[in-house]
Design a protein around this ligand. Structure first.
Ligand code: NAP
Ligand code: F7E
Length: 376
């Protein structure tokens, strides 16, 4: 049987690593594209050992580089996951963000139009494109319960980006629609709401929290004897052991913890990407859980998991992490994806938090064990 060939960009990232695993399990030949770097960035895909997986280098902002890779492989499917994906960074580096997140997409669309028109294209759009916009159900305010969380976004909600990241992604979103309508390119955009995992980048808020908690709980157990009976004290910056002021641990420094997000697990979401490209007609879909939680809710569940009821004294609010413009509330309705694609998610919010935390604690323990081994 002839294998389908997929080109995947962003393979060194969270979603790329899960998508490559999914495609290989479906018997694809996968060409993973990565930018040239002077250090190794393959820790998320190191474990993949398959003769159907090849990595090639390219430069997404260089049209010649993208054209040659598409012309050479003429793949059945392209999944474009590469991006400068950090919203806060996009305020500091707007030009670069557009180079990667928009010009990169133009390069792929043009490459497909010119050299491989049968190739199907997936573009990683984002809930950030909605920005401040929400829709409210007609009965909003009438229902007695949960009216706070009745507002939502779906495929019909108007876009109002609040960051260079979101504006660059929205430009690409429209470009895909335009190439679909104008040139009949089979292009789909997944409007994915936040999705996390144990492979999430460490500067996104969820992983920042679980990583900090893992380090903190390892620090606690390492100094168990000292802490017992000595009590923990804190000021604005540090937590320390009352009997030994030298034994300090820096507080978890965060920005706006009142923001609400619709958080799912990345493993569930890459499945939706694949399903989109298996349909007869190209279209755009919201992929989300339909539930929204604040950063505070995430903190509460994560801290409770290590036995701390009140997280407040362990964190410091640092304006450095505030954004010039914030997206306060996201809750996506995935009804279209569920009905048309048969997609559903398997991992719920609490399990997501626990899985991320357990994984970070296990990693910290491994690191500890290595240190002990080296020291002895
Ligand atoms: P991620 O972990 O940050 O991965 C981003 C990937 O893009 C990495 O492989 C990175 O490569 C690559 N990349 C960055 N700059 C590049 C450049 N200049 N040239 C080529 N490659 C570059 O992001 P993710 O969470 O997997 O997200 C995947 C895609 O979905 C992104 O497009 C993101 O914007 C979008 N998205 C994510 C979410 C979410 O909640 N995770 C939601 C909606 C949409 P290096 O390893 O070399 O840096
Ligand atoms: O922030 C607040 C922050 O950076 C979530 C990307 O994958 O999802 C992601 O973008 C919220 C924001 O994700 C800190 O202000 C508080 O309200 O984890 P985040 P994001 O901005 O929602 C979308 C869908 C994407 O497409 C993006 O690629 O948490 N927050 N304190 C903080 N955020 C960070 N990063 N760090 C803090 O210390």
């Amino acid at each position: 049987m002839i294998k389908k060939k997929a080109l995947v960009t962003g393979i060194t990232g969270q979603d790329g690593s899960y998508l490559v695993e999914l495609l290989l399990s479906k018997n694809y030949e996968v060409v993973g594209l990565k930018r040239r770097t002077s250090t190794n960035t393959e820790c998320r895909i190191d474990h993949i050992d398959s003769s159907d997986f090849h990595i090639e280098e390219y430069e997404i902002s260089d049209s010649g580089s993208v054209y040659s890779v598409v012309e050479k492989h003429k793949p059945d499917e392209v999944y474009n996951l590469a991006a400068q994906s950090h919203v806060q960074t996009s305020f500091d580096q707007p030009d670069y963000t557009f180079q990667v997140n928009t010009i990169g997409v133009v390069n792929f669309l043009e490459a497909i139009r010119r050299f491989s028109p049968q190739t199907k294209f997936y573009q990683a759009s984002t809930s950030e494109m909605f920005g401040k916009n929400v829709d409210t159900p007609v009965n909003f305010g009438v229902t007695t319960d949960e009216t706070d969380h009745e507002s939502y976004q779906d495929e019909n909600t108007a876009f109002e980006p609040q960051s260079p990241y979101a504006a660059a992604k929205l430009a690409s979103h429209h470009l895909v629609r335009m190439y679909r309508d104008g040139y009949k390119v089979f292009g789909c955009c997944g409007i994915l709401f936040n999705h996390e995992s144990e492979r999430r980048g460490e500067n996104f808020v969820t992983r920042k929290i679980t990583k900090w908690l893992a380090r903190y709980s390892t620090w606690l157990s390492k100094h168990h004897v000292l802490i017992e009976g000595s009590g923990l004290v804190s000021d604005n910056d540090d937590i320390w052991v009352a009997s030994d002021q030298e034994l300090r641990f820096p507080k978890l420094r965060l920005g706006n913890i009142d923001a609400y997000r619709d958080w799912g697990h990345a493993k569930d979401y890459v499945n939706a990407m694949w399903l989109m490209l298996q349909q007869e007609m190209p279209d755009d879909y919201v992929v989300a859980t339909g539930e929204t939680y604040s950063v505070r809710d995430f903190l509460q569940i994560a801290f409770e998991h290590i036995g701390v009821e009140d997280y407040e004294s362990f964190i410091a609010i640092d304006p450095k992490f505030y954004r010039p413009a914030e997206v306060e509330y996201l809750r996506g309705i995935p009804a279209k994806a569920e009905q048309a694609l048969g997609w559903s998610r398997e991992i719920g919010f609490k399990d997501l938090v626990h899985q991320m935390l357990e994984s970070d604690i296990a990693n910290e323990k491994k690191e500890e064990a290595k240190e002990v081994w080296v020291a002895t």
